[in-house]
Design a protein around this ligand. Structure first.
Ligand SMILES: *[C@@H]1O[C@H](CO)[C@@H](O)[C@H](O)[C@H]1NC(C)=O
Ligand SMILES: *[C@@H]1O[C@H](CO)[C@@H](O)[C@H](O)[C@H]1NC(C)=O
Ligand SMILES: *[C@@H]1O[C@H](CO)[C@@H](O)[C@H](O)[C@H]1NC(C)=O
Ligand SMILES: [Ca+2]
Ligand SMILES: [Ca+2]
Length: 671
C-alpha cells in the first residue's frame, strides 16, 4: 500500500510475495529454554550440608512391601500430639545431631493428611537465626520417618558485639549501617535508589539480642526504615547466612514494593547482598517467547515475569503504576485487549491476583484464531512489554519519549502507554503502529492474515509486533519526541520500515548461533504461509540471493516505503554482521556493548537520536558513524563504512542521488 508522504502516523507492514524460494527450517529457540530463575532478582547461597534422608524401613525405592514388614497398625493411627512430636524432634536434634537446645528453635509443628507430623526447626548461632539453616523432621507414631537437614557445621564466628556495630540511631562505627543495607538491597534487585532512608529503633527497643529475644523471629525488629521505595516500614534484624563453610553476619530486611516483597540479607561488614528472595509470585504468560519467531518454530511456553521484566525499565512490573494495579493485560507500558468482531471476546484477559494467564494458552494446531482471542492479547501484551524494557536499555527512556502511563519523575511526558489491539478486525494482512507525539497515546493494531487456512494471527509472527513497536521508537527518537513528522518523506519513511525489519530480526531471529550473515533469512514466514516471507528478498549478505543496493531507489519498482526499507535493512544487516562477526552475539536485552549485536543496536538508537528530521540514507548513515565516533572513539568506523559501501552507500554516495558508490575511506580500504 503506497503511503502518502505526509501520513507519518500510519505504517503498515505490507504483504509482498515475491522472493526467492529457500530452505525451510524449524527453529526452536534458545530463549524458550530460559529458566524461571534467569532474570529473577534472587540470590540463593548453597549450604555445605543439604540432605534429605528417608530412614529405613520407609525407603521409597523398596516400595510398599517394606512397610508391611513394619508396624503399620490396622486401624487409623493416632496422630502424634504436637507436644509429643516436638519432644521427639528435640531429642533427635540434641542427641542424634548433637545441637544443644540453645542452638535451634522449633518454629512450626504441622500434621499431614497421611498422619505424619512435620516439625520445622531453624538453627541459631549466638542467638541469631541462620536464615538458610533448617531441619525438618517427619514423625509418625513417635518414630522419625524422614528428615531434611541444612544446619551449619563449619567453624563458629566469635560472638558479635551488636551494640558496638550499630548504635541506637542506626548509624554504625565498624561496618555498614542499616541504611547502607537498604541501599545495597535496592540496587541489587534493580529498584530505584532510595532518597529517603529514615532509620528508627522501634519501641520497645530490643536491647538484648540474647537467645530468648532472637529465638522468635517475629520479635520486634532491631531497626525500622521508612523509605519512599518501600510500601511499608522495612523491618531490619540481625541474622546469619551460611555460604558453604562460612557464616556471614547480615542485616535481614523485608522490602515491600507494589509487585515485590523482597527478603534480603546484607553483609554487615561488606554491604554485599548475601541472599535475597522475592516473596511475590511472578506473573505467568503462556506465549511464543521472544526469539522463537512463531508457532511453527517452537512450542508455546509459560514465561515467568520474573525472568523477563527488566526492573530499571518497569520498576513496578508490567501490571501496575503508582496508585494502580491491574490483574489484567494492562499496566504502565501497554494496555492490550482483543478487537475482534465478537464484542464478548474483547475484554481484558484477567490473570487474577496471581497474574496467572495460563488459562488463555492458545492451541494453534487445531484452532482458528477466534478461539484464542484472549491468548492473542496476552501474547501482544508480553511482546510490547519486552520491547519496552529492551529498548529502555538502549536509551528509549522517559526523556526520549517512551510509552508509559507514569514516568516516575524521570522526565518526558507520561500518559502514553501503548493501546495494543490484538486480532483487530478493522483490517487484514497487515499491522499498524500509530505514533503521535510524546504524551499522546500510541496505538498498535494487529490484523489476521488470510493467506492460509485457518487464517493466521500476526500477533504470533513475532517479527511483526516488534516491527510495529520499532516504528514507535524510530518516530519518537528522530527529531525528538515532540515531533512525530520526522520520518515523513518517502525515503525517511522507507528507512523507518528498514529499521523495524532489522530490529525485529535482531531480537527474534539473529541470535540463533547457527545463523550466519549468509543465511537467507525471511521476514514473517508464518503469516505468509510461505518460507520466503513477506519481503522481495530474504535478508542475507549473499548478493546473489539479495542484490539490494542504494541505486534501486532510483528505479520505478522502489517508489514504495517497504521496498525502500528492504534496501536500508540490507545495509543495516551488513553493518550488524560486521559487528557480530567481530565481537560476537550476546543476550541483547542485557545491552552489553562488548557484544556485537548490542553495539549495533546502540549505534542504531544513538543514530536515530542524532540524525536530522527526515533523514536520507546518507545522513542516517553519517549519524550512525557519528554515534560510533562519540561512543567508541571510532573503533567501528571501518566496520560500519564497509557495511554500507557493500550495498552502494559508500563515500561517494550523494543524498537524493541514487547512484551506488562502493568506496570506503582510505583507512578502511585495505584488509
Ligand atoms: C538455528 O537455525 C538453524 C539454521 O537456520 C536451525 O537449523 C536451528 O534449528 C536453529 N536453532 C535454534 C536453537 O533456534
Ligand atoms: C523520620 O522518622 C521520624 C520518626 O517517625 C520522623 O519524626 C521524621 O520526620 C522522619 N524524617 C524524615 C526525613 O522522614
Ligand atoms: C559483558 O560481557 C563480557 C564478555 O562476555 C563480560 O566479561 C562482562 O562482564 C559483561 N559486562 C557486563 C556489564 O555484564
Ligand atoms: Ca511518553
Ligand atoms: Ca520524533
Amino acid at each position: 500500500m503506497p503511503m502518502s508522504p505526509t501520513s507519518t502516523h500510519h505504517r503498515p507492514l505490507a504483504a509482498l510475495f515475491l522472493g526467492a524460494l529457500m530452505a525451510f527450517h524449524a527453529i526452536p529457540h534458545a530463549h524458550a529454554a530460559q529458566s524461571d530463575m534467569d532474570g529473577r532478582r534472587a540470590k540463593v547461597p548453597t549450604p555445605a550440608v543439604k540432605t534429605f534422608t528417608i530412614l529405613p524401613p520407609f525407603d521409597t525405592t523398596v516400595g510398599p512391601s517394606a512397610l508391611t514388614a513394619m508396624t503399620v497398625p490396622a486401624r487409623q493411627p493416632k496422630v502424634d500430639s504436637q507436644d509429643a512430636a516436638r519432644a521427639v524432634a528435640t531429642a533427635y536434634l540434641t542427641e542424634t545431631l548433637g545441637f544443644p537446645a540453645s542452638e535451634f528453635v522449633i518454629k512450626n509443628v504441622v500434621t499431614t493428611s497421611s498422619g505424619v507430623t512435620a516439625v520445622y526447626a531453624r538453627q541459631l548461632v549466638h542467638g541469631l537465626e541462620v536464615v538458610n539453616a533448617d531441619v525438618n523432621i517427619n514423625i509418625k507414631n513417635g518414630q522419625i520417618v524422614a528428615f531434611g537437614d541444612s544446619f551449619y557445621r563449619g567453624t563458629r564466628p566469635s560472638q558479635p558485639d551488636l551494640a558496638a556495630l550499630s548504635d541506637t540511631a542506626g548509624s554504625t562505627t565498624t561496618g555498614k549501617s542499616p541504611a547502607d543495607a537498604l541501599k545495597a538491597l535496592a540496587s541489587f534487585v534493580g529498584a530505584l535508589t532510595p532518597t529517603i532512608v529514615n532509620v528508627t529503633v522501634p519501641t520497645p527497643m530490643t536491647t538484648s539480642i540474647g537467645s530468648d529475644a532472637a529465638s522468635d523471629w517475629h520479635a520486634a525488629p532491631v531497626f525500622e526504615i521508612a523509605s519512599e521505595i518501600a510500601e511499608a516500614p522495612v523491618p531490619v534484624r540481625y541474622a546469619y547466612v551460611q555460604t558453604g563453610n562460612n557464616l556471614q553476619l547480615v542485616y535481614s530486611l523485608q522490602l515491600q514494593q507494589t509487585m515485590h516483597w523482597y527478603h534480603g540479607h546484607v553483609n554487615v561488614q561488606t554491604g554485599e547482598v548475601e541472599a535475597v528472595n522475592d516473596w511475590a509470585s511472578a506473573a505467568r504468560y503462556p506465549v511464543i517467547p521472544v526469539g522463537e519467531q512463531s508457532p511453527e518454530k517452537g512450542p508455546l511456553v509459560i514465561v515467568d515475569s520474573a525472568a523477563v521484566v527488566l526492573t530499571n525499565a518497569s520498576p513496578n512490573g508490567w501490571h501496575a503504576y503508582t496508585g494502580q494495579t491491574f490483574t489484567t493485560t494492562r499496566g504502565n507500558n501497554v494496555i492490550a485487549h482483543p478487537n475482534t468482531p465478537e464484542e464478548n471476546d474483547n475484554g481484558f484477559p484477567d490473570g487474577g491476583a496471581d497474574l496467572d494467564f495460563t488459562p488463555f494458552a492458545p492451541v494453534f494446531a487445531t484452532a482458528n484464531p477466534k478461539d484464542y482471542a484472549a491468548g492473542s492479547a496476552v501474547e501482544l501484551f508480553y511482546l510490547m512489554n519486552v520491547a519496552h524494557d529492551l529498548c529502555y536499555q538502549y536509551g528509549f527512556d522517559e526523556a526520549s519519549g517512551n510509552f508509559q502511563v507514569d514516568n516516575y519523575g524521570k522526565g518526558g511526558i507520561g500518559g502514553d502507554a501503548i493501546l495494543a489491539l490484538s486480532q483487530d478486525s478493522t483490517g487484514k494482512n497487515n499491522a499498524v503502529f500509530m505514533t503521535p507525539i510524546d504524551g499522546e497515546q500510541p496505538k498498535v493494531q494487529m490484523f489476521l492474515f488470510d493467506l492460509t487456512t485457518p487464517n493466521r494471527d500476526s500477533d504470533f509472527d513475532l517479527v511483526i509486533p516488534h516491527h510495529e513497536f520499532f516504528h514507535g521508537v524510530s518516530n519518537r527518537l528522530t527529531g525528538g519526541p515532540a515531533n512525530s513528522d520526522c520520518l515523513s518523506t518517502q525515503e525517511a519513511a522507507g528507512m523507518g520500515e528498514g529499521w523495524s525489519d532489522m530490529f525485529a530480526l535482531a531480537i527474534n531471529v539473529l541470535d540463533n548461533k547457527s545463523i550466519t550473515r549468509n543465511t537467507a533469512t525471511p521476514l514473517a514466514a508464518y503469516v505468509a504461509g510461505s518460507p520466503s516471507g513477506l519481503r522481495t528478498y530474504p535478508y542475507t549478505s549473499d548478493m546473489t540471493v539479495n542484490p539490494s543496493t542504494y541505486s534501486l531507489l532510483g528505479t520505478n519498482a522502489y517508489q514504495e516505503v517497504h521496498k525502500i526499507g528492504e534496501v536500508w535493512a540490507s545495509m543495516l544487516w551488513e553493518v550488524y554482521w560486521n559487528l557480530v562477526d567481530t565481537y560476537g552475539c550476546g543476550p541483547i536485552e542485557q545491552a552489553n556493548l562488548t557484544d556485537g549485536n548490542a553495539m549495533w543496536l546502540q549505534l542504531v538508537m544513538d543514530g536515530l537520536k542524532s540524525q536530522p528530521c527526515n533523514p536520507n540514507m546518507v545522513t542516517a548513515r553519517n549519524a550512525i558513524l557519528l554515534a560510533d565516533l562519540l561512543l567508541t572513539g571510532g573503533a567501528n568506523n571501518c566496520l560500519i563504512w564497509r557495511g554500507f559501501a557493500k550495498r552502494g552507500l559508500g563515500t561517494a554516495a550523494v543524498g537524493g542521488v541514487h547512484q551506488d558508490s562502493f568506496l570506503v575511506p582510505a583507512q578502511c580500504a585495505l584488509q
